[in-house]
Design a protein around this ligand. Structure first.
Ligand code: GLU
Length: 458
């Protein structure tokens, strides 16, 4: 029962608030958003929060915050499944009344021994239907099981084409648990049907759930979504399944905290699993709306690649104006005043691939480095540098010119001259160009660090 093709496109994401916001949620949200925008459709945010033990409101807040950070704006919602429990009860009652579902009184132990028997006999496990054929009359606690009608379930997948599943391989499955809560397998298709979702776009891990969910929609007499799209899994860099516990890259907020720009992450996620068929690599959200199509989505899992993300993020950083980059850097280096930060930006901009690197480059401004023990020659050069810059205008260009002159006078190369200076001013092996190390510090502080070092010779 496909919905008529002229019905307005409605898509949804349905994250579960059971942990930190997941990278996969952002990627699924992106594809849903693109498809909705391409078709003048509506993008719904549904919160799948029927897992009482694992749901936390703070996790829902993280989903909200991370989607907003990425500008993956939804049009409707959030709609919480926990506020729709009456609906699932009613739908389950309909299935019970029509004999399409039945009460199952089996205990966990009984089910486990059925499963073990099947295993011992080396046959795939399917529920025995004991409670359908011969229900006990002395028990009161029950779950509700769907009676799988059998036969093929077919549907269109926009990535994988026409799909066919043999439902005879699927045992009758639980749709309402003994605590009265619906399972994901039940609540999800009920909502998709009642919310008139026309296209279900989600991760490949849900491909095998689709026949279960379509059987339920059919049994309830609702219209099916027109089509599905099961997007490739995002894999860890080593090719294994991306796991919340093992792989930091699964945590969406990590990217914000490290200083990946939301527009760069969106661009990266789009290219992870999809390719435009051209050489173009930089895409704004608007570009993606134009270029994206499910036809160019790959089937195989997509490996996360930090190098590619770093490259893209660096490209985005270099395209920002000085003002814009200054703004974006502020939360990373709150110790630095705005003028100093703006002065540092041209040097930072060519060196960073993520904003948090600014901390390493700039922390010499608010932490006093250890005083190195210089040898006599190095101390001499530091003294030369002090004299060279003492009376110049205190900004990087003027300092640079003065230092270059001092280098020429010293008879040693730039590297040799600047190394002790950098060491004394920043305590670092890798730092901004030397005239920035001078100019970003207040003049008295820079001179005091240098003078102090001339007194601690090796
Ligand atoms: N709550 C499910 C998840 O987070 C939703 C899957 C779906 O889109 O149906 O994976």
């Amino acid at each position: 029962m496909a919905v008529p093709n002229d019905s307005p496109v409605r898509v949804r994401i349905a994250p579960s608030p059971t942990g930190f916001a997941h990278l996969g949620t952002a990627s699924t949200a992106l594809y849903n958003l693109l498809f909705a925008r391409q078709n003048g459709g509506t993008f719904v945010l549904r919160i799948d929060d029927t897992d009482l033990e694992r749901n936390r409101p703070e996790y829902e807040l993280l989903i909200d915050e991370s989607l907003r950070w990425l500008s993956l704006d939804w049009d409707e919602g959030p709609i919480r499944q926990s506020e729709r429990l009456d609906i699932y009860k009613e739908e389950a009652a309909k299935l019970l009344a029509s004999g399409k579902a039945y009460r199952c009184y089996c205990t966990a132990d009984e089910l486990e021994s059925e499963r073990r028997e099947a295993q011992a006999a080396k046959r795939p496990y399917k529920y025995s239907r004991r409670c359908l054929t011969n229900p006990p009359d002395d028990r009161s606690e029950f779950a509700v099981r769907f009676r799988v009608p059998g036969g093929d379930v077919t549907f269109t997948d926009m990535v994988r084409g026409e799909m066919r599943f043999d439902s005879d391989l699927i045992g009758d499955f639980i749709i309402v648990k003994s605590d009265g809560y619906p399972t994901y397998q039940f609540a999800s298709p009920v909502d998709d049907a009642l919310m008139k979702i026309t296209h279900v776009i989600r991760g490949e891990e849900h491909l095998s759930n689709t026949p279960y969910q379509l059987m339920l929609i059919d049994a309830l007499g609702y219209e099916r979504p027109q089509a599905f799209a099961h997007m490739p899994l995002i894999l860890a860099p080593d090719g294994s399944k991306l796991s919340k516990r093992k792989h930091p890259e699964s945590n969406l907020m990590l990217f914000r905290d490290l200083g990946y720009l939301p527009e760069a992450l969106i661009n990266y996620l789009a290219l992870l699993g999809w390719n435009p068929g051209t050489e173009q690599e930089l895409f704004t959200l608007q570009d993606l709306e134009r270029a994206f199509s499910f036809a160019r989505v790959q089937h195989a899992g997509a490996r996360f690649d930090w190098e590619k993300l770093n490259w893209l993020n660096g490209e985005y950083i270099r395209r920002l104006s000085v003002d814009e980059l200054t703004e974006r850097l502020k939360p990373f280096v709150p110790q630095v005043d705005e003028d100093t930060l703006r002065q540092a930006v041209p040097a930072l901009q060519t060196r960073m691939h993520k904003l948090a690197q600014a901390i390493d480059y700039l922390d010499f401004l608010w932490t006093d480095p250890a005083v190195p023990a210089l040898d006599g020659d190095a101390a001499q050069r530091v003294k030369g540098a002090i004299e060279a810059v003492r009376d110049v205008e205190w900004q990087p260009e003027a300092i640079e010119a003065a230092l270059e002159k001092a280098v020429a006078d010293s008879g040693v190369g730039k590297g040799k001259f600047y190394t002790p200076l950098r060491d004394v001013l920043t305590g670092k092996k890798v730092a901004l160009p030397i005239h920035y190390c001078f100019g970003l510090l207040p003049k008295q502080v820079a001179l005091a660090r240098l003078e102090r070092a001339t007194r601690v010779t090796a």
